[in-house]
Design a protein around this ligand. Sequence first.
Ligand SMILES: [Zn+2]
Length: 261
Amino acid sequence: MTKSRFRRVVMVLLSAITLLSMWGSCLPVRAVIAKPSKKISWTELERRFEGAFVLSASSQGTRKVALTFDDVPDPRFTPQVLNVLKKKGVAATFFVVGTRSMKHPDLVRRIKKEGHNLGNHSYSHPDFSKMSLSQVQDQIGRAEKIIEGIVGFKPRLVRPPYGEIMPKQLEWAKKQGYTVVNWNVDSSDWRQLSADQVFRNVTRSVRPGSVVLMHAGGGVGQSLSGTVKALPRIIDWLRAHDYEPVTLTELLDIPEKRKVR
Ligand SMILES: [Zn+2]
């Protein structure tokens, strides 16, 4: 191989690696990279860590469902989502990112003031499955301090970024009094879907006790206008089908504040 050809090959490889790593670091990109088969399924984790890792509530005797919004606060979309919820009289759950909360503490206060649940969505939104236990402890702990500084309590609810979490990390979270909540209905709204698509994704899979994943914050240039437009229709549809949208702590019948042991 000539020197210049070698240089060209190296350049192509480097730009491919850069592109791939940029892709992976966008905020709500999830499940784009195939999960290795040795990973334990969420259903198995839910069984193994009963009550500490949750995908949905037991459907017996309830028509309650929880709408949850990740990656907040984001001044572009969080106020719009809050406005819709206020107009419709619905309480939901917001999973906040530490770094974003530091920039927009007023929005975190508004979420709380308007009767919604606050949950911990880590300090800087990394993939926990690629991290050591102490790094995960640091991510949750730092976000918790920021949230506590703004609203005065430590949230019990935790949602790992991309829903990724390992058994060892769950063991620790359980001992510390956290409830880790993923979802069983994915709106896939982070793919910048139209309002119709977001509406369809939610309404076709929702069941009594469901936890619905949506976003009220996005990455640079990412639009969640489909989510904002779909939300009033989703709420109307849920009520027309006798579902009752509630906060996660009401759905799961747990306190919002973490008991420190
Ligand atoms: Zn997220």
